[in-house]
Design a binder for this molecule. Structure first.
Ligand code: 2PG
Ligand code: MG
Length: 425
């Protein structure tokens, strides 16, 4: 599976499609010499990091300025001219050429939304040309042992993904000891339905946030965590860091007041105060992971948190690292976290995403592969998490088509490869 097969793309074209929020995003189709058509679509974040690769949007009258006609034109024009003009020996070569063509940092001229869709379509093309399944081709490129991940289902939404008063963005449940992907998905869905019933009964509503989790009118993170415990038990499962665990993405950029001061549920906290707040939560709830506990521009906060909590809970950097190998290495040198969130569209191409995973691995850090809050039916991240063998995925609630597309792809891979291990790496 590791033999390199060159890629020849005979046609490359793009169009705008709607994402899960009803805004346009870029879909790319690559046609190969044998007639195969490989399709890929770019996701879109709402709580984006300052240092992410840059989407190109039209800023015109259509879709409130969020149109992607310019990004589509970039694919149909100069990117297609580049990609179809020659035979590509590797994804690294093709991605490097995309970077050189763009000529600006973060793909700000061509659009990261154009580039990431082209790169994913090309990755599918390389796998097809090699006669390999996408996850197996990825494992070959990375030299990794494949593994089915623990899914982290985001079942309560706040922050930039909902209109309730909840400052924390994501409350996830992770069936760590489920044994198989199929059972993990079942546990996630059962807890989701139990939570729907509790939320409806207590708040008279089961309105949803952007990632398919419920968004009841609550503001205290502890109330949200109590709801999760109630739902896990009501569904007949056992809360616990080694059973059905909880994971948080506070996404602290969203409640950072500046200068290392944060406001949660009306309470103002400094770096020490926020660290103590997390310590208290970890002591009272079976929390296994905290992502973006501090803002991307608060190094003192990250250092304070690491000194107190590293080793007691997984600390994940998302906006902090933006899937950038250089930023990951810097974070590792400072000892800020022991884990990295991996989102291909934050950095722009598949090969840079591979480099980010390699950088994390070399630093001894874990990885969690992630969707964006704006998604499509594209399932690339499911193959990425299996092929890279990192053992952790977050793709939103176990409901809504764009979220379950990824979980359903995982169970499909499991059926085809029943010997693959399930669980944390
Ligand atoms: C995050 C992501 C995905 P967004 O913060 O981790 O859950 O949100 O895509 O809006 O950046
Ligand atoms: Mg995040």
């Amino acid at each position: 599976m590791t033999a390199r097969t060159p890629l020849e793309v005979t046609a490359l074209r793009a169009r705008g499609i709607l994402d899960s929020r009803g805004y346009p995003t870029v879909e790319v189709t690559a046609v190969l010499g044998d007639g195969a058509r490989l399709v890929a679509a770019a996701p879109a974040g709402a709580s984006t990091g300052e240092h992410e690769a840059v989407e190109v949007r039209d800023h015109g009258p259509e879709y409130g300025g969020r149109g992607v006609r310019r990004a589509v034109r970039n694919v149909d024009g100069e990117i297609a001219a580049l990609v179809t003009g020659r035979v590509w020996e590797s994804i690294d070569e093709l991605d490097a050429a995309l970077g050189a063509l763009g000529g600006t940092p973060g793909y700000s001229r061509l659009g990261a939304n154009a580039v990431v869709a082209v790169s994913i379509a090309a990755a599918r093309g390389f796998a097809h040309a090699a006669g390999a399944e996408l996850h197996a081709w990825i494992a070959g490129r990375l030299g990794t042992a494949e593994r089915l991940p623990v899914p982290h289902f985001n079942v309560l939404n706040g922050g930039a993904h909902a209109v309730n008063g909840l400052d924390f963005q994501e409350f996830m449940i992770a069936p760590v000891d489920a044994g198989t992907e199929e059972h993990a998905v079942q546990v996630g869905a059962e807890v989701y339905h139990a939570l729907a019933a509790v939320v409806r009964e207590r708040y008279g509503t089961a309105g949803l946030g952007d990632e398919g989790g419920f968004a009841p009118p609550i503001s205290d993170p502890r109330v949200a965590l109590d709801l999760l415990l109630t739902a896990i038990e009501a569904a007949g499962h056992t809360p616990g860091v080694d059973r059905v665990a909880i994971a948080l993405d506070p996404a602290a950029n969203g409640f950072h007041l500046g200068s290392g001061r944060y406001r949660i549920d009306g309470r103002e906290l400094d770096d020490e105060g926020l660290t103590g707040y997390y310590r208290d939560l970890i002591e009272h709830y079976p929390i296994r992971s905290v992502e973006d506990g501090f803002a991307e521009d608060d190094p003192h906060g990250w250092a304070t948190q690491a000194a107190a909590l590293l080793g007691r809970v997984q600390l994940v950097g998302d906006d902090l690292y933006v899937t950038d190998p250089a930023r990951i290495r810097d974070g590792a040198a400072h000892g800020y976290t022991d884990a990295v969130l991996i989102k291909p569209n934050q950095i722009g191409t598949v090969s840079q995403t591979f480099d980010a995973i390699r950088a994390a691995r070399e630093a001894g850090m874990a990885c969690m592969v992630s969707h964006r809050s704006g998604e499509t039916a594209d399932t690339f991240i499911a193959d990425l998490v299996v092929g890279s063998g990192v053992g952790q995925l977050k793709s939103g609630a176990p409901a809504r088509g764009e979220r379950v597309a990824k979980y359903n792809r995982l169970t499909e891979i499991e059926i085809d490869h029943p010997a693959l291990p399930y669980g944390l790496a």
